[in-house]
Write a protein of this length. Structure first.
Length: 178
């Protein structure tokens, strides 16, 4: 193979390592076969050197393409999911929802669970009423816990209490129950 082609500024040192005689021979055979299929009349006019150059260009182009794909690949952004579980300490339904929320956060990568735990008098006097006003869909819910999803409370989706949370998680994250 012609070393001046390898010394060309077009062919980088990384590509040079790929240009073994065996690789170029395989590329030439593939290229000859392709050219004979596509343009049999033009094939007879091409020199061996031209075919080798085309094979090298194909190798360089393919390598650059796949190297670029690798270097500039970005992971798709995974949307973080937020859950809020609010209730009073000592409430068994809140306790069950809290345990499920903690497990969900621990076992599912993109989930963040916020636990808001207050004493029962505070829950009855203020917290429950606050959520009824702030969370759309929570107006008719009266018991502990209040569960909603959404990282922005203005765009929150009310789920309900513990039973609704259990159902929601079983549907949305079945891998936790298999």
């Amino acid at each position: 193979m012609n070393n001046s082609l390898l010394a060309s500024p077009v062919v980088s040192p990384i590509i040079t390592n790929l240009l073994t005689p065996h690789t170029v021979a395989l590329l030439r055979i593939s290229l000859i076969s392709l050219l004979q299929t596509l343009h049999p009349s033009k094939m007879s006019k091409m020199s061996s050197r031209t075919i080798t150059r085309l094979a090298v260009v194909a190798l360089v182009a393919g390598t650059l393409y796949y190297t670029g794909q690798y270097m500039f690949y970005t992971e798709p952004k995974v949307q973080r999911q937020c859950y809020f579980i609010s209730g009073w300490s000592g409430c068994p339904h809140f306790g069950a929802a809290k345990r499920l929320g903690e497990r969900l956060e621990r076992e599912v990568a993109n989930v963040k669970v916020h636990i808001i735990e207050v004493e029962r008098p505070t829950w009855v006097e203020s917290t429950r009423n606050r959520w009824k006003q702030e969370i759309p869909g929570a107006q008719n819910h009266n018991t502990s816990p209040f569960v909603w999803m959404g990282c922005d409370t203005k765009k929150a989706t009310f789920i309900g209490g513990n039973d609704k949370l259990q159902s929601h998680v079983r549907v949305k994250f079945p891998q936790l129950f298999s």
